[in-house]
Design a protein around this ligand. Structure first.
Ligand code: ZN
Ligand code: ZN
Length: 134
């Protein structure tokens, strides 16, 4: 677990720091993650209150379902965030590849494996869940 982390998109239009703990990384294989990222997504999670933007000039939010939205960079296309839109939601998922390494994190689970594509196998030994990992 890392208590202080930084990250950014490719062009730097979105640059952030996280002033709190990060969850272990979950890989999500659902269709929405496939279609926004071009592959499966690997994301950690933080408290919204701990996420501070050093730059959000190019950050855009897309409503990807009736209950969630995704944050991306409108300039470089970087896929950065996922969050529930419910007003009481206190957390935000952060795409792990946008964190500046070393992250100190491990990929700990695969979720929504029922939605994965057919061109790869999941063989790293981490637990696999057909839907949510809870
Ligand atoms: Zn960018
Ligand atoms: Zn997903």
């Amino acid at each position: 677990m890392t208590a202080y982390s930084t990250g950014r998109c490719l062009c730097g239009g979105v640059t952030y720091q996280v002033n709190g703990p990060l969850r272990e990384v979950w890989a999500c294989h659902c269709a929405q993650c496939r279609q926004t990222s071009g592959n499966f997504v690997a994301a950690t999670n933080a408290r919204r209150a701990d996420l501070v933007f050093l730059s959000d000039a190019t950050l855009t939010w897309f409503p990807s379902s009736g209950t969630a939205e995704r944050g991306f960079c409108q300039r470089c296309g970087g896929n950065l965030f996922w969050r529930r839109t419910a007003p009481d939601n206190q957390t935000i998922s952060i795409m792990a590849g946008t964190l500046d390494p070393p992250t100190g994190l491990k990929l700990a689970a695969h979720i929504f494996t029922a939605g994965k594509s057919d061109y790869y196998d999941i063989a790293d030994g981490a637990p696999q869940h057909a839907a949510w990992g809870t």
